[in-house]
Ligand binder design. Structure first.
Ligand SMILES: Cc1cc2nc3c(=O)[nH]c(=O)nc-3n(C[C@H](O)[C@H](O)[C@H](O)COP(=O)(O)OP(=O)(O)OC[C@H]3O[C@@H](n4cnc5c(N)ncnc54)[C@H](O)[C@@H]3O)c2cc1C
Length: 466
């Protein structure tokens, strides 16, 4: 394998997730000799893409797999709302329009879809769900890449890029303790964000970052992002920004995926380690509310919080992989969670006293709220009074970071002097900040990576063979 690597190729793809595979397959179909470097071992290949379930795409009508149409304008409005308008409209509209071609392309490359399911995500009209999720999708793509003749090198990390005057010359890579140089006529950087690089996160979050849980792969260290920036690529996106949700504190440090996320927050109260509430648990509906809780917990002492519910809440939310900690009394629950029993009892008594009668409705912004409580609970406020009482320990779960490199509509990396780098292309999370600088639209990470992966693969092959 390494002998092959030392040989030069037309297109070098760095990364092993959705964007990288879309680029590699497209470049290979364009006639290029392609080498793909994945720093993870084969069993863990596929980056964060293997944790995904669904992809958002524009379409004109309902299909076997989608319950209705999703137009360019509606898609654009959704994006404008979540980003507060902070997006590159030209690239965003390109992504939306090109997404109309994704369903067919993705299935041509071996991915199968799943008929709409009933659930709490309300995405069955706008998003296609992959049968077997992102893991099956990545397996299908790797299989297609192998059949087409893409050379995949696992456990091979790109460490340095040699770039001169905006032109990529070679990559320095590490494999099995050895260092090698790989030359290519063009390179596609599709190596994700830097969310697994705790020292880098600490630059913005301080020691708090030690207590973060990373929902995806530990291999997204951001080394290629850093290399591009050091070589003068123009940054995009908030360097401090990351998408973070509340996950079960018992989750593994990396790669817990979707099953550790907790959706119980609006159905009870959330307290910190002093058993005090700190934010309105009933502020908004999913998906608006869910991405706020990671950052809220990150700002609490010890970066830990506890969701407290009673038996009335059970069954209202999607269960996570860990069972709740259950008790017959609040005092018993506090002890089990490591909280001061008197303090938790006082917080719950105060909360229960402030709850006003209303008609509970989990699916809408109902009128069950508190009065005279600081912070308030604006919706779904019911007294916590019916045993058994349950608690979940929560930590910030980081999904991805927003910092990336600027690209143009050909996926070329833009340098600080505004000139496009000749033969350096970027796709996926490493450039998603051009389109999504803040906020999130479910299923849009894969859309950006698939659209720009295909563009980058096409353009990289064109440059190499042209
Ligand atoms: C739990 C979870 C659930 C999600 N669910 C969804 C969903 O349902 N739909 C959706 O659209 N988005 C979802 N996302 C977001 C989505 O995962 C990303 O937007 C998308 O996967 C990014 O694709 P990518 O190819 O850019 O990066 P990744 O898939 O993360 O791939 C990056 C790859 O680069 C490799 N790499 C990194 N550095 C190097 C290096 N120096 N040398 C060689 N290789 C390197 C890594 O090993 C990895 O293979 C989810 C994310 C998480 C964490």
């Amino acid at each position: 394998m390494m002998a092959d690597l030392i040989q030069s190729c037309d297109v070098l793809v760095i990364g092993g997730g959705n964007a990288a595979l879309c680029a590699a397959v497209t470049a290979r179909r364009g006639g290029a000799k392609v080498i793909l470097l994945e720093s993870a071992p084969e069993a863990f290949r596929g980056g964060n893409s293997r944790h995904t379930r669904d992809i958002r795409h524009m379409h004109a009508r309902a299909t076997e797999y989608l319950t209705g149409p999703y137009s360019e304008e509606e898609f654009w409005d959704d994006l404008a709302r979540v980003t507060g308008g902070e997006t590159n409209e030209q690239l965003a509209r390109l992504t939306i329009r090109e997404s109309a071609n994704l369903a067919g392309w993705i299935s041509t490359n071996g991915v199968r879809w799943q008929p709409p399911l009933q659930g709490t995500l309300h995405l069955t009209r706008t998003n296609l769900f992959m049968l077997g999720g992102g893991k099956a999708m990545m397996n299908a793509y790797y299989d297609t890449a192998r059949k087409l003749g893409v050379l995949v090198a696992y456990e091979t990390e790109a460490r340095e890029l040699k770039i001169r005057d905006g032109e990529f010359l070679l990559a320095v890579v590490r494999r099995g303790g050895e260092t090698h140089e790989v030359r290519a006529k063009s390179v596609v950087i599709a190596s994700g964000g830097f969310e697994a690089n705790i020292p880098w996160l600490k630059e913005y979050w301080g020691d708090a970052a030690e207590n973060f849980i990373i929902r995806g792969t530990k291999y997204n260290q951001g080394r290629m992002l850093q290399e591009l920036l050091e070589h003068g690529a123009k940054p995009v996106g908030d360097p401090q920004g990351c998408h973070a949700v509340a996950v079960d504190a018992r989750a593994p440090k990396f790669d817990g995926g979707i099953v550790t996320r907790l959706d119980c927050v609006p159905f009870g109260i959330v307290v910190n380690q002093d058993a005090r509430r700190f934010y309105d648990e009933g502020e908004d509906l999913w998906p608006k509310r869910y991405a706020t809780w990671g950052a809220l917990i990150a700002r609490q002492p010890g970066q830990i919080a506890y969701s407290i519910i009673d038996s009335k809440a059970m069954g209202q939310f999607m269960p996570s992989v860990y069972p709740p900690i259950e008790a017959r009394s609040i005092a018993e629950l506090a002890t089990a969670l490591g909280l001061e029993p008197a303090a938790l009892a006082a917080t719950i008594d105060e909360f229960n006293r402030s709850v006003r009668p209303g008609t509970f409705n989990a699916g809408s912004l109902d009128d069950c709220r508190t009065e005279g409580l600081d912070p308030p609970k604006s919706h779904w406020a019911l007294p916590i009074d019916t045993p058994p009482f349950c608690g979940y320990p929560l930590r910030p779960g980081i999904t991805f970071t927003y910092l990336g490199v600027t690209v143009n509509e050909r996926a070329q990396v833009i340098m600080q002097d505004e000139r496009p780098a000749k033969n350096i292309f970027a796709a996926g999370e490493v450039m998603a900040g051009n389109i999504l600088r803040r906020g999130y639209l479910a299923g849009f990470g894969l859309t950006i990576g698939s659209v720009f992966g295909r563009i980058a693969g096409r353009e990289a092959a064109r440059h190499a063979l042209g």
